[in-house]
Every structure is written in C-alpha cells, then in structure tokens.
Design a protein around this ligand. Structure first.
Ligand SMILES: *[C@@H]1O[C@H](CO)[C@@H](O)[C@H](O)[C@H]1NC(C)=O
Ligand SMILES: *[C@@H]1O[C@H](CO)[C@@H](O)[C@H](O)[C@H]1NC(C)=O
Ligand SMILES: *[C@@H]1O[C@H](CO)[C@@H](O)[C@H](O)[C@H]1NC(C)=O
Ligand SMILES: *[C@@H]1O[C@H](CO)[C@@H](O)[C@H](O)[C@H]1NC(C)=O
Ligand SMILES: *[C@@H]1O[C@H](CO)[C@@H](O)[C@H](O)[C@H]1NC(C)=O
Ligand SMILES: *[C@@H]1O[C@H](CO)[C@@H](O)[C@H](O)[C@H]1NC(C)=O
Ligand SMILES: *[C@@H]1O[C@H](CO)[C@@H](O)[C@H](O)[C@H]1NC(C)=O
Ligand SMILES: *[C@@H]1O[C@H](CO)[C@@H](O)[C@H](O)[C@H]1NC(C)=O
Ligand SMILES: *[C@@H]1O[C@H](CO)[C@@H](O)[C@H](O)[C@H]1NC(C)=O
Ligand SMILES: *[C@@H]1O[C@H](CO)[C@@H](O)[C@H](O)[C@H]1NC(C)=O
Ligand SMILES: *[C@@H]1O[C@H](CO)[C@@H](O)[C@H](O)[C@H]1NC(C)=O
Ligand SMILES: *[C@@H]1O[C@H](CO)[C@@H](O)[C@H](O)[C@H]1NC(C)=O
Ligand SMILES: [Cu+2]
Length: 615
C-alpha cells in the first residue's frame, strides 16, 4: 500500500480512507497534538497497526541555565522535546514547521524506515534542509523495533536543542519479555552550551580548529545541584516504594559517552536501541551518544532522596583534560511521610570516574541479545561483502595563499566525507551525476600497526571526497572497524548506521587479526544495536543483511567527528520487485537551494577531488 502519495494531513487521511475504507477524522493544521486518525486490522494479523499524526513546531526560545540566558531552537518550546509514543508496527506522520531562522532536518534514530529513506533525515544525505517558514512531513514507518528510540535534528549541531524520546510499546498480544512494570520514566541526557553552538562550530571549522566543549551535561534539560544557579530546577523523579519502573534512557549528548547511575539502586538493563537483551544487573551503565537503554529499576530502598548522576566517560588521551567534567544530577525521590529538608541525597558511589576504561569495557562486554523463541536472532552467515574500515583523526593539508596550512579532520579508510549541495538520495534516485562517486574503499590505503604508540607521520593526512559504498539487495555484510592511534588521538568512536540494526559479533584490543579473531565471534546471542563504540585502540566486528534498499548514512555519533568527515554512505540497490525497491518520493521535498552545511571546506588541492567544491 502506498501511504506516501499525499501532501497534507487531510489528503493523507483522504487517500487512506479510500484505500482502506476505514473510519477517519481529520483535524486542521496544528490541531490537537497527537491525532489518532485511523485504525484498521491488517488481514490475517491479530495486531492493529495505527497511524499517528504529530506537529512539531521549531522555534527559538530563551533558556536560562548556569546563570546565563540564551535563545535556543527547540521543538514546541521544550527541552527535551515531545515524546513520540507508538505500538510496534505503527506509522507516524510528523509535520515539522520551521519557525526558526535557519534550515533544519530531523532524523528518527533507530527506526529502520523500510524502503523509505526519504524520511530518514540527515542533511545532504537523504534531503536538503527544511528552510525557515516552511514545513515538511516525515513518514516514520516502524517495523520490528521495540523499546526506546529517539529523534533529533540531523543538520549542523542543531540537535543540541532539537531532540526527544520515542517509545515503542510491544503489541498487546506479545507484551514485554519481563513482568509488566508498574510505571515508566524517560530520562534524556544532553549537553548544555552557554553560547551559540552552531556559530562557534562554523567559526572553528573555518579556522581548522577544535570545536567547543559543552559547559555541562544535563538530565531532562537540567544540570542539577552541583552546577551554578541550578539547584532550584533540578529534575525530580518521584517513585512509590515497592514499585518497579521501566526507565527509558537516551544519550543525546553531543560529543560524549556517559556513565550513569542511581545511588543505592540496582539497574537491570533489559533492552538497547529498540531490541531486547538478556537482563544485565549492574550498578552503573556506560551509554554512548546515540544509544538508548531500557532499564528496570525497583524502588526498594529506604524512603528518602537519591542522586541520579551522569558524567563523561572520556577515552581520549589522559593528558588532555579540557573535557566537560561536570556531574549532572537529578533526584530520585520516594513519596511518603519523611522529612525531605533534612535529607541530603546520597551521590552514587558506583559511578565510575572519567577515564575508567575498564569499567566501560566490563559493562559493554556483558551485553547479549535476548535470543529466545519469541525474539530469535538471525545472524548473517554467508558473508558476501567484507570491509575493514579504519577510523582516524586527521589533518587536511592545503595551500593557503602559497603557505602550507592544515585543518583538523577525521576519516574512514582515509576518506574524509564532504557534503554536496544536493542530497545523495535525490542524486541517486534521479541518476544525477557529479554529486558522489561509488569508490569508497573496502580497505585502508595502507596497512601498518594502527594502534602503535608512534604511527607513521604520513598516516595523519587524509583526502576529502563524497565516496559511497554500493551494496546489492540482501547482501550479507561484515564490517570490522579498526580503532587507530593516528595523530596520537585514539579514543572510542560510537558508530551509527541509519536504516538498519546490526549484530556486534566481536571486539577486542589492538589490531584485528583476520585469522584468529573471527574464531572468537559470538554467533549465538550477539547484541543488536544501531550505534556501537569502536573501542579505543581496538577493533569491533558487526554483521547485517542489506535488506533495506535506500541511501543510508554511517557515521561517528560524536558530532565533532561527523563535522570533520567521519562518515560515509551505503547505497543498497533495489531488489527485483517493487516490494524490494525504494518507494516513490513524497510529492514535496525541501528544495536544495537554501542553506549550506556547517562543515569543513572542501580544500581545492587535496588530491583525488574530482567533484565541485562547495567553495
Ligand atoms: C506542538 O505545538 C503545536 C502548536 O502549538 C501543537 O499544535 C502541537 O500539538 C504540538 N505538538 C506536540 C507533539 O505536542
Ligand atoms: C529573549 O531574550 C532576549 C534578551 O534577553 C530578549 O531580547 C528577547 O526578547 C527574548 N525573547 C523571547 C522570545 O522572550
Ligand atoms: C506546508 O508545506 C506545503 C508545501 O510547501 C504547503 O503547501 C503548505 O501550505 C504548508 N503548510 C503550512 C501549514 O505551512
Ligand atoms: C492495547 O491495550 C491497551 C490497554 O488495554 C489499549 O489502550 C490499546 O489501545 C491497545 N492497543 C492496541 C494496538 O490494540
Ligand atoms: C541552592 O544553592 C544556594 C547557593 O549555593 C543555596 O543557598 C541554597 O540553599 C540551595 N538551595 C537548595 C534547594 O539546595
Ligand atoms: C564530579 O564528581 C567527582 C567525584 O565526586 C569529583 O571528583 C569531581 O571534582 C566532580 N566534578 C566537578 C566538575 O565538580
Ligand atoms: C508523618 O510523620 C510524623 C512523624 O513521625 C507524624 O507526626 C505525622 O503525623 C505523620 N503524618 C502523616 C500524614 O502520616
Ligand atoms: C566486571 O563486572 C563484574 C560484575 O559487576 C564484577 O564482578 C567484576 O569484578 C568486574 N570486573 C572488573 C575488571 O571490573
Ligand atoms: C551465499 O551467497 C551467494 C551470493 O549471494 C549465493 O550464490 C550462495 O548460494 C549463498 N550460499 C548459501 C549457502 O546461502
Ligand atoms: C603495535 O603497537 C603496540 C603499541 O606499541 C604494540 O603493543 C604491539 O605489539 C604492536 N603490534 C605489532 C603487530 O607490532
Ligand atoms: C607512508 O609512507 C610509507 C613509507 O614511505 C609508505 O609505505 C606508506 O604507503 C605511506 N602511507 C600513506 C598513508 O601514505
Ligand atoms: C588477512 O589480512 C592480510 C593482511 O593483513 C591479507 O593479506 C589477507 O588477504 C587477509 N585475509 C582475508 C581472508 O581477508
Ligand atoms: Cu568519532
């Protein structure tokens, strides 16, 4: 069925009405927030898939944090923004109205969007920005995702203010694979910048310099008691003794992996990135930016107040300490008859310190897919495409008025991605040449000890390009990401794939050994994720089946690395039938004539650049 062929809410409802013969009620523009328009029974299935309509209004409003005020672009005047709540398999239309002053796109992080890259969101990959005073309706198609996901702006660094949670409930006939929790709580971790972050990043990229650090981490929009001018507004989560809560945790921070804990409360992680896990009992979690977790929390401690705390896990060089060292806090507060004024909350002693790599690895190594009868794993075995991809911090060297100069950058297999001014999806779909090339390499240009203390000097230089990797429909792909110490700048890189989830079948320290390391792969119950950190000076292997035709971005979810080019695109070709091919584009797409991305310049004389520069 084609749900994409309509342009307005009323038209969409009309076409659905005629196609489905269902009851429908429509509303005018910006009517009641969540409009449940239609519900119908799919023949042969017990489950009812629903269609929901949301309006998101992007507007700059004033916020005061850390003793100073600034205006920030957010959705519907809230930080974090509105929650999208669906049942597995539903479809959501979100009409995004841009009342801000610059172009924006929104990505539905972790939603596979079968055959529908048109609504995936990354700027200049699947669309051009929604310009001020215009709107664009995303069609978000849920399939097998279940648990917590999130949405965020995917243009410039706008996601600092434009993000929110997505809740995908199990269908009524299956339910949770654990006892029904008594209630749920959503906690979104974010980054606060006192300044205008897009303006600062644009300046830094132009100067080839490092990008800004956040001034504090925030929990549901608030820095908490340990930050200046913040203790009156600390976020509070009220619980009843004896109840079990489903905590939905999102790491929306811009550039940081985070440790998270609740004082004296055990956490049972039961899901991640919209898939279930075998329960992991722990007293802290390490969550990478882009990841989401479903965590059971029992309110079983003496009535009182307990700090919920988050702080950065920093895997970079120990002598570089100018990262955001704040301790963001919220308060878990029991209801009941006890004196809150006298009880200072306890800080979680289980929260690891900033550079504690062992704790991070210990936690991530415990994650396993649930892999039971109702949630089977389906790991690709017949691998048809193998890639070995180095993740590096680099320099782009160029001539500036006769003087050799350089800019900070980053790369995959020594190619630093450059956006063009038409999106890859449109260029691919319309067969337009000159916007990308199909020669993203399967291997790095040269092999050396990638994790050595002294890597060759020449390894620091990268080329720039818009090189994509083509995959045939249903290919079974294995990628080994290799962390490197190039530039003496090894650290974790949380890599995120759009349009898919993948199985993380192995990881380890040092250089990947293609003879011995595959012998240790977990092909029984590897965790399924959409974002995973390639460990500092180590490697990570993952597999997926290319069953979703489209144009899909792969990138590091540290935004500074994305801005520096640590990304590429997979184009998955169509299968043989319309049902295995990309859908028709929606009737209206934001035109590619407006704003330019905030990104590294495409330096003229970095070699192998055949494409037009963005000047
Ligand atoms: C956002 O705000 C608009 C305008 O006030 C409103 O119509 C819409 O329902 C709101 N959306 C959500 C998801 O709350
Ligand atoms: C935001 O604050 C600035 C400076 O304090 C003020 O000029 C502006 O009117 C405020 N905007 C809104 C929407 O309140
Ligand atoms: C949304 O955009 C469409 C396409 O440009 C336009 O026809 C429509 O009037 C816009 N609606 C609103 C409420 O701005
Ligand atoms: C599932 O059950 C709940 C509570 O009984 C009900 O509100 C909801 O509409 C049902 N959802 C579906 C998709 O049938
Ligand atoms: C907040 O901090 C101020 C200044 O440090 C202090 O005087 C005040 O008592 C604190 N308030 C609360 C609710 O903790
Ligand atoms: C955060 O908490 C840790 C442990 O209590 C402390 O060592 C550190 O100084 C705190 N950071 C800041 C910026 O206050
Ligand atoms: C709360 O506890 C205090 C001290 O134990 C007691 O005096 C008071 O009556 C209690 N209030 C209620 C509403 O139970
Ligand atoms: C790893 O975590 C487990 C379970 O919490 C704990 O028993 C073990 O001591 C930890 N190991 C290290 C090296 O921290
Ligand atoms: C493995 O994939 C190749 C290429 O697609 C195919 O020809 C072959 O039949 C497959 N083998 C198995 C065992 O599925
Ligand atoms: C690579 O460098 C690391 C760090 O110096 C060293 O421990 C390792 O032995 C080297 N590996 C090889 C294969 O030389
Ligand atoms: C760096 O130089 C070495 C030796 O001169 C050469 O073998 C290697 O290919 C060069 N690497 C790169 C990335 O250019
Ligand atoms: C394993 O790696 C070596 C180089 O390190 C390469 O020559 C060889 O082809 C690789 N084997 C496979 C099966 O990829
Ligand atoms: Cu990175």
């Amino acid at each position: 069925m084609s749900l994409a062929s309509a342009s307005t809410e009323a038209d969409q409802a009309d076409s659905l009405r005629s196609e489905k013969g269902s009851m429908a009620l429509t509303s005018g523009f910006l009517g009641i927030g969540l409009l449940l328009i239609i519900c119908w029974m799919l023949p042969g299935l017990a489950q009812a898939n629903m269609i929901h309509y949301y309006d998101f209004v992007l507007k700059e409003i004033n916020f005061t944090r850390l003793c100073s005020s600034k205006s920030l672009l957010v959705v519907n005047e809230s930080l974090p923004g509105p929650v999208i709540r669906v049942t597995k398999g539903d479809t959501v239309y979100v009409n995004v109205h841009n009342q801000g002053s610059y172009g924006v796109t929104i990505h539905w992080h972790g939603v596979h969007q079968p055959r529908n890259p048109w609504s995936d969101g990354p700027e200049y990959i699947t669309q051009c920005p929604i310009e001020p005073s215009s709107n664009f309706t995303y069609e978000i198609i849920f399939s097998d995702e279940e648990g917590t996901l999130w949405w965020h702006a995917h243009s410039d660094w706008t996601r600092a203010g434009v993000h929110g949670a997505i809740v995908v409930l199990p269908s009524n006939n299956t339910g949770f694979p654990f006892p029904q929790p008594d209630a749920e709580e959503i906690v979104v971790l974010g980054s606060w910048y006192k300044g205008d972050v897009n303006a600062e990043v644009a300046e830094d990229l132009e100067a080839g310099a490092d990008t800004p650090r956040s001034n504090s981490y925030i929990i549901n929009g608030q820095p908490g008691d340990f930050l200046p001018c913040s203790n009156q507004s600390t976020y509070k989560w009220r619980v009843d003794y004896g109840k079990t809560y489903l905590l939905r945790l999102v790491n929306a921070a811009m550039n940081a992996e985070l440790y998270f804990a609740i004082a004296q409360h055990s956490l049972t992680v039961v899901g991640m990135d919209g898939s279930y896990l075998k329960p992991v009992e722990t007293d802290f979690v390490m969550i990478s930016p882009g990841q989401t977790m479903d965590i059971l929390v029992k309110a079983n401690q003496p009535l009182g107040r307990y700090y919920i705390a988050a702080r950065q896990f920093d895997s970079a060089r120990p002598d570089v300490t100018d990262y955001d060292q704040t301790n963001a806090t919220a308060i878990l507060e029991y209801s009941g008859n006890y004196s809150t004024s006298s009880s200072t909350p306890i800080f979680p002693s289980s929260l690891p310190t900033y550079q504690d790599i062992k704790s991070a690895l210990n936690f991530t190594n415990r994650l396993r897919s649930l892999a039971d009868q109702d949630h089977p794993v389906n790991i690709p075995i017949n691998i048809t495409t193998r890639m070995y991809i180095t993740v590096t911090m680099n320099n782009v060297v160029f001539d500036y008025e006769g003087v050799s100069s350089s800019a900070l950058s980053s790369a995959l297999n020594n190619v630093s991605w450059i956006n063009q001014d038409t999106d890859v999806l449109l260029a691919y779909y319309r067969n337009l040449s000159g916007f990308y090339t199909t020669d993203f390499p399967d291997f790095p240009p040269s092999f050396f000890n990638f994790t050595a203390l002294d890597v060759p000097d020449n390894a620091t230089d990268t080329i720039q390009g818009t090189k994509v990797k083509m995959l045939d429909y249903n290919e079974e792909v294995e990628i080994v990401f290799q962390g490197t110490n190039v530039f003496d700048a090894s650290e974790d890189h949380p890599m995120h794939l759009h349009g898919y989830t993948f199985y993380v079948v192995g990881s380890g320290g040092g250089n990947f050994d293609n003879e011995t390391d595959p012998k240790g792969y977990n092909l029984v119950d590897p965790p399924k994720m959409n974002t995973v950190s390639v460990p500092k000076n180590g490697w990570l292997a993952l597999r997926f089946k290319a069953s979703n035709p489209g144009v899909w971005l792969w990138h590091c979810h540290l935004d500074r690395h994305l801005s520096w080019g640590m990304n590429t695109v997979f184009i998955v070709r169509n299968g043989d039938t319309p049902e295995t091919s990309i859908r028709e584009p929606p009737p209206y797409l934001p035109p590619c004539t407006g704003s330019s991305p905030i990104q590294l310049l495409h330096f003229d004389n970095s070699n192998e650049n055949k494409l037009n520069t963005i000047n």
